[in-house]
Design a protein around this ligand. Structure first.
Ligand SMILES: [Zn+2]
Length: 417
């Protein structure tokens, strides 16, 4: 009797352990293939595959360049058969994704001591932000909303002057897409520069307010950190499906799409049942529109592909002040390249990436009509893709700040060389 009871307890413990172990999804045997996209026929085949299958396209297809596609061991034969049948050449970018993920683990614990050699949890980032606000009179942390899972969405406001309706302001956000961790570390680096290296940026700070939201999508980020590294969307619960989440960068209410694969709720780019269903997108909209701020710049940080892009995403047509946005973008990518030699391409989103509807910069340009709106796809060009190793956090942040600084100086009216 006692032995049987002990046996049951043992089995229960074993089950519990296996639940805990199984909690984090393994990417053992997953690969990322790079398909060459050097003609229109291959571009069309791959675009259709992206739109009509559940394959996870990490990047592209970019016409004349490549498409990076993740495949599980089960999906791999189907994918390679399809590529071969169309004569599309491909190579391996990543052989075993699990190995790469294990090298780039984020810290799970909260610690207020920030650095740019590691990735930090939402809680750790927030603790650091609150500490900055306590110690610096020109820093405020603003809670602009709550996520689906009730995490606070925190914006840092850095302002050294009397804020009023005419003082220009720049918005920067990161980790709209959960797996793009490098966008949060880049955002926090910019905060650190403006707060802890303020004397080097006096002219910017004297003439410009800067608002930075390092984690737009905290639910998705935490899910990516603890459970499924390659998670992209929010974590909202959708009707009539077990698939969860909406792509927050398809959920903004300007030229929002009701068409295509994005209706598929399991799609990585699912746009939601209506514009602004996601509280994370709502929070950004409501703060920008409700704040009585003279918004002159809006930057959305993403990864990866090394692109510095203007609106529009929804059409290949160009926005009214495209030439002016490109003038500054070209200066930004030159300043960026001067830091570590990293090459970025500049252009409109639909022309150098692909068409996408409901993206935040289209809304920023189309609704509040913010003068300079950019989406920046950070490092790299696919060697590690979304699982960028920690030793690239600092150089990525340094070079990106050099580019963003150009825009900040333009808006602040600082003389440049
Ligand atoms: Zn993204």
């Amino acid at each position: 009797m006692a032995a049987a009871a002990l046996g049951k307890i043992f089995l229960l413990a074993l089950a519990l352990v296996s639940v805990i172990i199984a909690e984090r999804r393994s990417y053992n045997g997953y690969s990322v293939l790079r398909a060459k996209v050097d003609n229109l026929k291959h571009f069309k085949v791959l675009s259709t595959l992206r739109d009509e299958s559940n394959f996870d396209f990490w990047s592209g297809p970019l016409y004349g360049k490549y498409a990076d596609i993740m495949a599980s061991p089960e999906e791999y034969p189907e994918l390679t058969k399809l590529l071969n049948s169309h004569g599309i050449p491909f190579s391996f970018m990543i052989n075993n994704l699990e190995t790469v993920i294990n090298q780039t683990d984020a810290l799970a614990k909260t610690q207020a001591e920030m650095n740019w050699n590691e990735y930090f949890s939402t809680e750790a980032n927030y603790a650091w932000l609150e500490g900055l606000a306590q110690n610096n009179s020109n820093v405020q942390v603003l809670n602009i909303g709550n996520s689906t899972e009730n995490r606070v969405i925190k914006v840092v406001k850095i302002s050294s002057g009397p804020s009023n309706a005419t003082r220009p302001a720049l918005w920067i956000d990161g980790t709209t897409h959960a797996r793009e961790w490098i966008s949060t570390t880049t955002a926090t680096y910019v905060i650190n520069q403006l707060v802890n290296n303020a004397s080097a940026h006096r002219q910017i700070l004297d003439n410009l307010d800067i608002y930075i939201l390092p984690i737009v999508n905290p639910d998705g980020y935490e899910y990516s950190r603890t459970t499924e590294r390659l998670w992209r969307k929010t974590r909202s619960i959708l009707a009539n499906t077990t698939c969860r989440g909406v792509d927050p960068n398809r959920n903004f209410g300007y030229k929002w799409s009701g068409e295509g694969n994005t209706i598929n709720k399991c799609s990585l780019t699912h746009q939601g049942a209506a514009p602004f269903t996601e509280p994370e997108a709502q929070a950004v909209r409501d703060f920008i529109l409700g704040s009585n701020v003279n918004w002159q710049g809006f930057i959305a940080l993403h990864s990866y592909s090394q692109l510095w892009m203007t609106p529009w995403g929804y059409t290949e047509d160009l926005p009214r002040n495209y030439q002016e946005m490109m003038r500054v973008a070209n200066k930004s990518v030159a300043a960026l390249a001067a830091v570590h030699g990293t090459r970025f391409e500049a252009g409109s989103s639909a022309n150098i990436l692909y068409q996408a509807k409901g993206i935040s910069i289209d809304w920023a340009k189309g609704v509040p009509n913010i003068t300079y709106a950019y989406v920046i796809e950070l490092r790299d060009t696919g060697r590690y893709g979304f699982v960028l190793p920690p030793n690239e956090i600092l150089p990525t942040a340094q070079e990106t700040w050099a580019g963003i600084r150009i825009l900040a100086e333009e808006i602040a009216g600082v003389e440049q060389d």
